[in-house]
Design a protein around this ligand. Structure first.
Ligand code: EPS
Length: 403
């Protein structure tokens, strides 16, 4: 079993993460993690914070001479903005009198729910930990999971599909699902296009339409959400199980992806569009190709009966619009109960491109969970032996059983 926890307030000293249960001897460097952190910070439509931060992870434990020890891995990401918040976010001493007590909740953020649940006297206490700043720590954790999966030929990537309902002209998502031969090389090609785009989309014309939409939203003080697509190739058949609700591959994936701030929906494979097709047009027909089992399509998105099929995992993630609006919605001042404009504070207009990077991290984590559960082992070598003995024999065993 692997697990992780993160800690840290948005404007506190730092974010930290502890990862437990990873095998020993996995090559791991801060550079690998930092590349992912940099990707999360990019994206047209982000606010002023990303100009302040330059996220970098320090590995505090669990790694020696660039290889994991099998001991807890701890990571630290310093908040540069802490310098401006030291007094307001001090962990010791008494609260200074001149510090604002935030009392007007923003609809859509964890302001009213958090302050009510934790009996706070300042909405700032809710804002800090509920901020999507925490996803920096998750991307660092996800990078460690990505590193493990890479050892087994699993590649994870993705792109922005839409922002503010501006979709590409062609339904790329369905096209990917129609292609049972979608593989790492094809994923790389998509990643390259996305990484060259300011909003992580696949074409310049789509990028232009989205940037226009973001500029319009920003000008009118509004915010936008959108959808992103995450894909994992090279995932072997056999992760997860149908025997229990909590052992399904879909459960692990959904739990991790739905935990991302502002994510409101997921589609596995064709998802909601599957309901519009008859069974004869949806299910992925089984064929024999080059002596191996294969499928005609991947509409299921890489799982059947809670077990990975060996085809790519393909998921669409829906992110709601950012909750902080410069043209605020109505709210109440908790001090006076007067109707008043919701609080404004520095924020992003759009964070869908960043959400895609976080979604990759969480998909990587979910797959690492399933992988470690299936192939176990205290060292990477042991895990590789277990993996090989399963993967190389599946088809041979089946043939023998049904002779
Ligand atoms: C974020 C840091 C935050 C926001 C954003 C995500 O920085 P600050 O609050 O200091 O401006 O930019 O958080 C939200 C949009 C939110 O609603 O919580 C980050 O590091 O991703």
């Amino acid at each position: 079993m692997i697990r992780f926890l993160t800690a840290g307030e948005s404007h506190g000293k730092a974010l930290t993460a502890i990862i437990e249960g990873f095998p020993s001897n996995l090559p791991l460097s801060p550079e690998f993690i930092n590349k992912e952190l940099k990707r999360r910070q990019a994206g047209y439509g982000r606010g002023g914070r990303m100009k302040i931060e330059s996220d970098e992870a320090e590995i505090l434990s669990g790694v020696r001479f660039s290889k994991t020890l099998g001991t807890p891995i701890s990571l630290l990401i310093r908040n540069r903005d802490w310098e401006n918040w030291q007094t307001k976010m001090a962990s010791d001493g008494k609260r200074p009198k001149n510090i604002e007590r935030v009392s007007v909740p923003r609809p859509g953020h964890a302001d009213l729910t958090g302050v009510s649940k934790y009996n706070y006297d300042d909405i700032r206490n809710s804002i800090e930990r509920s901020s999507a700043r925490e996803t920096a720590a998750r991307v660092a954790v996800g990078a460690v999971a990505k590193r493990l999966l890479e050892e087994f030929g699993i590649k994870i990537g993705g792109f922005t599909e839409s922002v503010g309902n501006v979709f590409p002209k062609e339904n790329i998502y369905e096209k990917i699902l129609s292609d049972a031969d979608f593989n790492e090389a094809k994923l790389y090609e998509l990643i390259e296009r996305a990484e060259n785009s300011a909003v992580r989309v696949l074409s310049k014309s789509h990028e232009k339409r989205i940037i226009n939409k973001i500029d319009m939203a920003k000008k009118s003080g509004d915010s936008l959400g959108g959808t992103c697509v995450v894909i994992a190739t090279g995932v072997p058949l056999g992760l997860g199980s149908f025997v229990h609700y909590d052992r399904r591959a879909n459960t692990a994936i959904a739990k991790n992806l739905l935990s991302i701030n502002a994510v409101k929906g997921l589609e596995f494979g064709l998802g909601f569009d599957a309901t519009k097709k008859p069974g004869s047009e949806f299910h992925d027909e089984i064929i024999l190709r080059d002596g191996k089992f294969h499928r005609k399509t991947n509409f299921a998105g890489g799982t059947e009966g809670g077990i990975t099929t060996g085809l790519p995992i393909v998921i669409r993630v829906a992110m709601k619009p950012i909750a902080t609006l410069m043209k605020p919605l109505k709210s109440l001042d908790l001090k006076t109960l007067e109707e008043i404009d919701a609080r404004r504070e520095r924020s992003d207009t759009v964070a869908v491109p960043a959400c895609g990077v976080v979604a990759e991290a969480m998909l990587a984590w979910a797959l690492a969970e399933l992988f470690v559960e299936k192939f176990g082992g205290d060292s990477l070598e042991e895990m590789k032996d277990n993996y090989k003995s399963f993967a190389s024999k599946i088809e041979k065993r089946l043939r023998k059983n049904f002779k």
